[in-house]
Design a protein around this ligand. Structure first.
Ligand code: SAM
Ligand code: SF4
Length: 322
């Protein structure tokens, strides 16, 4: 339990800060702040950290990045985590571009849920946001559905003037394929010019758009696939489910926060929207006390993020881990 009475039992593990896409909101153009490969945690070190958090009562884990599927040993990392005593849930967040080749292996290794970023269905809009090719992602989504994961969810970051016209097509697509879709408010985690006030599209506006098209959404407070902060609704007309992650506009968004983040270069980050990090490298590479470092990170978890002020990220989302 942290200083505010929240149970912290969820670790999001960034396995790399590298990515094969260049999403506007995640990786600033021309970004060159990559961690040296030698400073990336090895597979064994990642598993050591996960084992330490298990000892501290963590039960839910998600592999992320950067793009986690760029790591050649990702299946091995997943398998080693799943085999640890105490691990109850293991998921992965991916841009989906490389998922077709490894969905089955990930499932066999123990991954239970897959979150796939899909900010648009129109290929040109998808390319404008990510720099990538949507056809590889659509193949990845098919492969994930065929592989039989417990859940395959879609994630869409909302940007005004960029993808609000994709909201209803994405909702239809997700509904037709029986996948929950989550709309995420843009957080200030890249360069300021991408985050101009007029790029922000609140989840309330997305919800209203859906209400107008399909009738009022039905709240489903007990539906919680994965362990994240989304609040879900049922779209009665389609039978589909839609979630909203509104870090900036949801009152008391942080009140139910249950997680720490592990960066690819071995820092535990108590909060995505605050600068503090606890360096695990001394414990991992110079014989320090790993459990004590995890305890320190839990105790250092702040009550709230600082996104609402003039927050400037010390490093972009791709380097922190989504
Ligand atoms: N590459 C993988 C992917 O795209 O899903 C995993 C890492 S990515 C950083 C994890 C999630 O963070 C994605 O759903 C992405 O859309 C989201 N994300 C990245 N930057 C964001 C931002 N500035 N605001 C809100 N969500 C963001
Ligand atoms: Fe890469 Fe994911 Fe960031 Fe896009 S959101 S640049 S796919 S890490």
């Amino acid at each position: 339990m942290d200083a505010y009475g929240r149970v912290i039992d969820y670790l999001r593990i960034s396995v790399t800060d590298r990515c094969n896409e260049r999403c506007l909101y995640c990786m600033p153009e021309g970004y060159k702040g990559w961690a040296r490969k030698a400073d990336h945690l090895t597979a064994q070190e990642i598993v050591q950290v996960v084992a330490a958090t298990c000892e501290m009562g963590f039960r839910k884990f998600r592999l992320t990045g950067g793009e986690p599927l760029l790591r050649p040993d990702i299946v091995e990392i997943a398998r080693s985590i799943w085999e640890l005593t105490g691990v109850q849930a293991l998921g992965i967040s991916t841009n989906g571009t490389r998922l077709a080749a490894c969905a089955r292996e990930l499932k066999q290794a123990g991954v239970r849920s897959v979150n796939i970023s899909l900010d648009a269905l129109t290929p040109s809009v998808y390319r404008k946001i990510t720099g990538g090719d949507i056809s590889a992602v659509l193949q990845g989504i098919d492969a994930a559905r065929d592989a039989g994961f417990e859940t395959v969810k879609l994630n869409c970051v909302l940007m005004r003037g960029v993808n609000e016209t994709e909201i209803l097509p994405l909702l239809r697509f997700a509904g037709e394929h029986g996948m929950p879709l989550r709309f995420i408010e843009l957080m200030p985690l890249t360069r300021q010019d991408v985050l101009r006030e007029d790029s922000f599209f609140p989840i309330g506006d997305a919800k209203q758009l859906i209400d107008e098209e399909y009738g009022e959404l039905v709240p489903e407070p007990s539906y919680r696939p994965g362990h994240g902060p989304a609040r879900y609704y049922r779209v009665e007309a389609t039978g589909g489910r839609v979630g909203f992650i509104g870090a900036l506009t949801t009152p008391d968004f942080c009140g139910t926060c249950n997680k720490l983040r592990l960066t690819a270069d071995g820092k535990l980050r108590p909060c995505l929207g605050r600068h503090g990090e606890i360096d695990l490298m001394p414990a991992l590479r110079r014989d320090g006390d790993l459990l004590e470092s995890v305890r320190e990170a839990i105790l250092n978890k702040p009550e709230n993020h600082e996104f609402s002020g003039c927050y400037e990220p010390g490093r972009p989302m791709t380097a922190i881990g989504g």
